[in-house]
Write a new protein. Sequence first.
Length: 170
Amino acid sequence: MSRVFEKIKEEFVAMLPPAIFFFVALHIVAFVRALMLRGTGIAVATSVSVTLAALVMGKVVLIADMLRIINRYPDKPLMYNVIWKTVIYTLVSLLVHYLEHLIHHWRETGSIVEGNRELFAKIVWPHFWAIQILLVVMIFCYCMMRELVRVIGRDRVIEIFFGTPPAKRT
């Protein structure tokens, strides 16, 4: 039983960094969305749904990282992997963002086809794309930092960000 517990603990610890990043990022997106939708009567996401989405994105990152295709450019400059991973994670976030809207309309209509039709009729596309742009920028930042940590090393990055700065040379 302790091996199962150790594996769960290992998975949880591995999921923490992306989950925390997406927790903060998605709450920023939810706040911006709430500001954009203020006075429109359109419901905004709750903190609980945003937290669940952050946990899902954290797990999606872990699953994607196990795929061979995710580190497609290990011998190229970091930007190749950063852009590649940004594209993959963005496609996943686009799908999740779309499904989030679809589920809402599906519940209202009782049919997935009708829900999709209503979604296309009622969605405010500029808001949808504004949120998606925010997500792309945040995902890019996440991928860039993740690749830097992979190359520089976790301990060195922690030392750079939180350690004692080196003495100035005169």
